[in-house]
Design a protein around this ligand. Structure first.
Ligand SMILES: *Cc1c(COP(=O)(O)O)cnc(C)c1O
Ligand code: SF4
Length: 326
């Protein structure tokens, strides 16, 4: 069996290899951006889910760099969330909300999603011991939760991850350690027995938020990997981004929600796209999003409806876009 590191090395990083694999014909080749500012990175299993010579499929739209990324739109900028500003309390910590903060554990990911809101983020720190970060967390007793994000925290080696988790586990005021990861979708083999052993040893409650945008991303291996987490009493929740041509229909959102709950996974957030430069072609209007959620609510149980939210620079929490009214 191949290790996750081997699978990671087999991912498509050269666009010409990917376009050959996808058997793109000339008209489609002309749509591809062969010099994207955010490099191509597509694990084999995701490329396998893209139908041949088809760039309109949700899996293709998420991962194949298109010339549309070069569209300039004045309100789509490099740092719409002002994450490089005051909320960045150490090179790898974003402390924006009360009680919880986000640790950018690494800049690396299993895949590069073309709409990524951190595609222009400058990942300054490669200090895998997180000394400054751990000090800040220890000195802030108001914190009850640390969110390991990135990049993707599961890009860290088990050794680095174990070291970080063991330190966090010893901080009394922390109650929950949350992962935000897309690894199980691109390389589910990352959920190794070694990783599960590390997680099992922690005293703190773990919560796992898997980033997934359409039902096609689930398959047998992905499901098995996530089940290994739920088997440890780790709640697995989903986070998605509403993306044009990927999941902007009631049908697609319904398929995703039902695919999740049938696996014991609960929808958490559906994010409105952050206005990041290079992602303007993914935008879905806010009112359209609200209408989609209202339609979804009619078709699936209440617990399968994600909260439709946006993130704004100065707000103290995510902003729900559906306010309770008649
Ligand atoms: C989204 C986010 C969180 C977590 O918010 P929740 O509503 O608790 O999921 C924390 N910190 C930052 C900087 C975030 O962007
Ligand atoms: S996995 Fe997340 S952080 Fe990484 S490229 Fe995709 S959206 Fe961005």
């Amino acid at each position: 069996m191949k290790t996750w590191r081997m699978l990671q090395k087999e991912s498509f990083t050269k666009l010409s290899d990917l376009t050959t694999y996808l058997e793109l014909t000339q008209d489609n080749l002309e749509l591809v951006d062969f010099s994207p500012h955010f490099p191509c990175l597509v694990p084999r299993r995701l490329a396998e889910k893209i139908p041949k010579n088809c760039l309109t499929h949700p899996m293709a739209r998420q991962f194949v760099p298109l010339k549309e990324e070069k569209w300039e739109s004045p309100d789509f900028i490099e740092d719409p969330l002002c994450e490089q500003g005051g909320v960045r309390v150490t090179p790898s910590l974003l402390h924006k909300y009360d009680g919880r903060l986000l640790l950018i554990a690494t800049g690396a990911c299993a895949m590069h999603c073309r709409y990524c809101f951190r595609q222009h983020f400058s990942y300054q720190s490669e200090d895998k011991s997180f000394t400054q970060e751990l000090d800040y967390i220890r000195q802030n007793p108001t914190l009850h939760e640390v969110i390991l994000s990135g990049g993707d925290p599961l890009s860290l080696s088990d050794d680095h991850l174990e070291n970080l988790l063991m330190h966090l586990d010893q901080i009394d005021h922390l109650q929950v350690i949350r992962f935000h990861s897309r690894f199980p979708i691109g390389i589910p083999e990352r959920i190794t027995d070694e990783l599960l052993t590390i997680l099992k040893r922690l005293k703190k409650q773990i919560v796992f938020v898997v980033h997934i945008n359409c039902a096609d991303e689930y398959d047998e291996e992905v499901t098995q990997a996530l089940r290994k987490l739920t088997a440890l009493s780790i709640p697995v929740l989903t986070q998605s981004v509403l993306l044009k041509g990927v999941n902007d229909s009631a049908l697609a959102l319904k398929a995703l929600s039902l695919a999740s709950i049938s696996r014991g996974i609960l929808p958490y957030y559906l994010h409105k796209l952050d206005k990041i430069r290079g992602a303007a072609h993914f935008e879905v209007g806010e009112n359209e999003g609200i209408a989609l959620i209202k339609e979804l609510r009619k078709q699936v149980p209440g617990y399968a409806v994600p909260q439709f939210v946006a993130e704004y620079p100065k707000e103290r929490s995510k902003t729900p876009l559906i306010v309770l009214q008649n």
